[in-house]
Ligand binder design. Structure first.
Ligand code: ACO
Length: 150
């Protein structure tokens, strides 16, 4: 498995990106602004993450996803560590990530990697997505923001 930065003109792995974010419009908007990294095996994309600078000191992981048949095998953690490395090597002081209040596994993963909850954006998913999102029997309404000092 190799993680590499997607080059200009290459098509991002939308089927993976849409696992993390059901809004194609939002995905396209932040891909245009940031950098997309893909994990590949036998020339197939099995994981992805997208980072976008928020300021001179802070970068955000806007999207992180692992192909469904490869989830739960440690790849998400590897991608997260790689995103932290990208932030570190580019001189950022903080890295942030946002997820839904209903994303229990994601909240566990990010905290296991050292991220701490920094704020909550109430009703973010109600206001920005057309459809009701349900996960783990919980409606996804609020965005939980997490932050790691590098
Ligand atoms: N309670 C406690 N720990 C949990 C739970 C839980 N309910 N669920 C998961 N975990 C832990 C696992 O135990 C593991 O930690 P460990 O290594 O200490 O045991 C860790 O979280 C999961 O690690 P990985 O196997 O590396 O994760 P995976 O390869 O499945 O990738 C990911 C995680 C990216 C979230 C993947 O499941 C995925 O693609 N999901 C769909 C898309 C998605 O939701 N993306 C994130 C949206 S938010 C955003 O993109 C900014």
């Amino acid at each position: 498995m190799k993680i590499r930065k997607l080059q200009y003109g290459e098509i991002p792995p939308y089927e993976l990106l849409l696992l993390a974010d059901p809004s194609r419009a939002l995905v396209e908007a932040y891909i245009a602004e940031g950098e997309c990294y893909v994990a590949e095996e036998n020339r197939e994309s099995i994981g992805v993450f997208v980072v976008v600078a928020l300021s001179k000191n802070t970068i955000e992981i806007k999207n992180i996803a692992v192909r469904e048949d490869r989830q739960g095998q440690g790849l998400g953690k590897k991608l997260l560590h790689q995103a932290i490395e990208v932030a570190k090597s580019n001189g950022y002081a903080h890295i942030e990530i946002g997820t839904g209040n209903s994303s229990i596994g994601q909240l566990a993963l990010y905290q296991k990697c050292g991220f701490r909850i920094s704020s909550v954006i109430k009703d973010f998913f109600v206001e920005h997505y057309d459809e009701i999102i349900m996960e783990n029997g919980i409606q996804c309404r609020d965005m939980i923001r997490l932050r790691l000092q590098i």
